[in-house]
Design a protein. Structure first.
Length: 316
């Protein structure tokens, strides 16, 4: 794969600190860097969830768990893992979703684009797994991390439709996504999951991860549905049996505001089911944070879509 969605919750990190959204894709990433350095991530303990390793490569010890304004992030992931967030006993509806947070393939927004999404869906009977996939390694110090972020996001072209900034972890991350699909499907009975109702969704770089999984699968790893939140796809052909897609973004997204519509067009032109939501305001990286716009309700739109497509049986 030659193309990469730059995205991730890099911009969401700045927004979580109260920074106004960029009017257009940076140059200057100066505003973000100033706020980032003024409110740097702080080390925290790993989440209190028993992780399921997906590989014997790497080590969980390399992962840096950090908190910024109360939201947990992860970086320097070398061993991919799943973090289950399960429905209350007796409430599971048989549907499962693997959730891939974003972060420009440099960091992972574990809470705002992972665990908080999983909590919402699990409360409605969906069995969820937050995926920490391998990312490019960054310096462990904050100044080094800030420089890495600035270098990557600062190269983003204006109005990019697919993304063209390389990340060495893109291929390993795809392998991790496929391994996650394989694990959940092969353990479906253990979790009370219908093996034909296993979806994959992601945000920003996690959205690129989702699109890669949705185009490079085999029979054992095909997702039954996908959710792409401010994501992007590469230029691979759409599979003949491509899964139904839910796509959402904000029109004023300065990084990937032009990258989600091509996914919808590709799916529609290929005769596959797709639903597209473009919210007028919300910028990039809104995830489960409240930004005070209609983008705050994307998760309800997603759940309504799951219900309408009969991918979940609503118990509410």
């Amino acid at each position: 794969m030659k193309r990469l969605s730059i995205a991730g919750s890099i911009l969401s990190l700045s927004l979580a600190c109260g920074a106004p959204a960029f009017a257009e894709t940076p140059p200057g990433f100066d505003q973000f860097l100033a706020i980032f350095k003024a409110h740097p991530p702080q080390p925290v303990a790993p989440p209190d969830i028993k992780a399921i390793p997906l590989s014997t490569t790497g080590s969980p010890e390399t992962t840096q768990w950090e908190s910024m304004e109360g939201w947990i992030t992860a970086r320097n992931v070398t061993q991919p893992a799943l973090y289950p967030v399960l429905p209350a006993p007796g409430t599971a509806n048989g549907t499962a979703v693997i959730i891939a947070p974003g972060g420009a393939f440099l960091t992972l927004a574990f809470d705002t684009e992972g665990r908080e999404v999983a909590k919402y869906l699990a409360a409605r009977g969906v069995t969820c797994f937050v995926l920490t996939y391998r990312v490019d390694q960054t310096p462990r110090d904050i100044d080094g991390l800030a420089a890495a972020i600035a270098s990557r996001v600062g190269k983003a072209p204006a109005k990019m439709t697919h993304g063209d900034i390389p990340a060495s972890s893109e291929a390993p991350a795809l392998a991790d996504g496929l391994a996650a699909m394989s694990y959940v499907r092969s353990h479906a009975a253990d979790y009370g999951i219908d093996p034909k109702k296993i979806g994959f969704m992601g945000f920003s770089a996690g959205g690129m991860e989702t699109m890669n999984v949705a185009t490079y699968y085999d029979a054992a790893t095909r997702p039954d549905f996908i959710g792409v939140i401010y994501g992007a796809m590469d230029d691979a052909p759409v599979p003949a049996d491509a899964p139904p897609a839910f796509i959402a973004l904000a029109a004023d997204d300065p990084l990937l505001g032009h990258a989600s519509v091509p996914i919808f067009d590709a799916w529609r032109d290929s005769g596959h089911s797709a639903e597209l939501h473009i919210y007028a305001h919300g910028s990039h990286g809104f995830g489960m944070r409240k930004v005070g716009t209609s983008a705050d309700h994307w998760i309800e739109d997603y759940y309504n879509w799951l219900t309408a497509e009969k991918l979940v049986v609503s118990k509410r």
